[in-house]
Write a protein of this length. Structure first.
Length: 405
């Protein structure tokens, strides 16, 4: 069989631990036999990041900007224990953080749904995609523990000195706490554009929610920026595609989301998105079935799994023990990236390959063959058959070969 050709390179970002092992197995079993893979390879494994003083991460992000589409393996974000384990010269920053700040992107997380693994919320029939604004707010806050009586104020002085604002936050009569948050119009605009762009790209409605009735300046600014960008830049396209942009208060949104059928994007501020993405992904089933894509406002895409490097399984693997790690989200990162590459380059057969591989994965699980993490969630008609990662990939390959004829 002739291999499917690619034109523009896909940026490939390798990673760490168990997912690095799966990465190679996925390529060997499911990609290389069928696709003439044209990737520009960047090794974001921690060893290479240390060796290059993290330059490799910056280079990979710039390549993502140059070519438009990347696929990334999970990577270790170093902490004190990792500094020791890998003998690091410094605690390198999270690669995802570095890439996100270079691309100025928003992360969209969506569950992969299969028949037999049912969401806790029984009326959810389609995926709910969460878009989290990953900038500012409580993650870049300034906080103080107030030790005694006294006044806390919020003040601003412009660089030129001619704008000055000063407000009392609270006149403390006893000890307490105080917190200062900020965000930037430019970042909120990028967030909004990434959301509208992704909604159009995936043909889904976009919901956005904040607490603008209580936060009349901070949250209201988010609401106003979204509304203005929608009106001036995206309304026509939305209407032409029959899509809806829907703003509502976050409490109302929570109630509507629970009662919905799914099938839309829910955009949230940083903290709300952090909390709601964990809630929604748990309610859909498993972190191992959650995909993630970083979308920049100017239309660059980076696909990955939402989970980490699955360290516990890797240590078992190193001891020669059999592991049943779920490769599904990593496979979907590859198919997401290949499909987008195919779309941008007009390669119908590459897009069709991605669709067939997705279908082969879903049908394999629906036939009862799955990794250990899914067995406990299984409610299908056939009995669940737990297999190791390699046998799971082989079962997918058999189905894929059938589909490719
Ligand atoms: P994790 O790798 O997501 O794993 C947490 C646990 O979730 C696993 O121990 C496993 O549970 C289960 N799990 C996750 N993915 C699975 C899969 N594909 N198949 C089967 N089970 C799966 O999170 P972590 O242990 O907190 O973090 C490990 C490393 O990953 C850290 O160094 C962290 O910095 C990094 N990380 C990277 C990213 C990223 O690159 N995007 C994201 C998050 C974390 P059981 O052990 O119970 O089987
Ligand atoms: Mg969280």
């Amino acid at each position: 069989m002739e291999k499917i050709k690619m034109t523009t390179p896909l940026v490939e970002m390798d990673g760490d631990e168990m997912t690095r092992i799966l990465w190679q197995q996925i390529k060997d079993e499911l990609l290389l036999p069928f696709v003439d893979l044209n990737t520009e390879y960047y090794d974001l494994g921690l060893v290479k990041r240390e060796e290059t003083k993290d330059q490799i991460t910056i280079d990979a992000a710039n390549a993502n900007k140059k070519y438009g589409v990347a696929v990334k393996c999970a990577t270790i974000t170093p902490n004190a224990q990792r500094v020791e384990e890998y003998n690091l010269s410094t605690m390198w920053k999270s690669p995802n953080g570095t890439i996100r700040s270079i691309l100025d992107g928003t992360v969209f997380r969506a569950p992969i749904m299969v028949k037999g693994i049912n969401p806790v919320v029984k009326n959810w029939q389609m995926p709910i995609t969460i878009a989290r604004h990953a900038y500012g707010d409580v993650y870049k806050d300034t906080e103080m523990r107030i030790p005694c009586k006294g006044k806390a104020t919020l003040s601003f002085v412009s660089t030129t000195g001619d704008v000055q604002m000063n407000q009392t936050v609270y006149d403390f009569e006893c000890p307490g706490v105080v917190q200062g948050l900020y965000n930037k119009d430019s970042s909120i605009k990028s967030f909004a554009r990434s959301c509208f762009q992704y909604a159009i790209g995936t043909k889904q409605d976009l919901w956005f929610s904040t607490k603008d009735t209580i936060s009349k300046k901070y949250d209201h600014t988010f609401k106003d920026i979204f509304a203005e960008i929608y009106e001036t830049e995206y309304k026509e396209q939305f209407e032409a595609l029959g899509l809806e942009y829907f703003y509502t208060l976050i409490d109302d949104a929570v109630a509507r989301v629970i009662r919905s059928k799914g099938g839309f994007i829910w955009a949230l501020k940083n903290y709300d998105g952090d909390v709601m993405s964990d809630m929604v992904s748990t309610a859909f089933g498993s972190l191992a079935m959650m995909t993630s894509v970083l979308v920049s406002p100017d239309g660059n895409y980076e696909y990955e799994a939402a989970h980490g490097t699955v360290t516990r399984h890797y240590y078992k693997y190193l001891k020669g023990e059999e592991t049943s790690t779920n490769p599904v989200a990593t496979i979907f990162a590859w198919t997401g990236a290949l499909r987008k590459r195919g779309e941008l380059d007009g390669l119908a057969d590459l897009q069709a390959f991605a669709d067939k591989l997705d279908a082969a994965v879903i049908e394999t699980i629906e036939s009862g063959v799955m990794t250990g993490d899914l067995v406990g969630l299984w409610e299908g008609d056939v009995p669940a058959q737990k297999v190791n990662s390699m046998d799971f990939l082989k079962a997918i390959r058999a189905r894929l070969e059938e589909k490719l004829g």
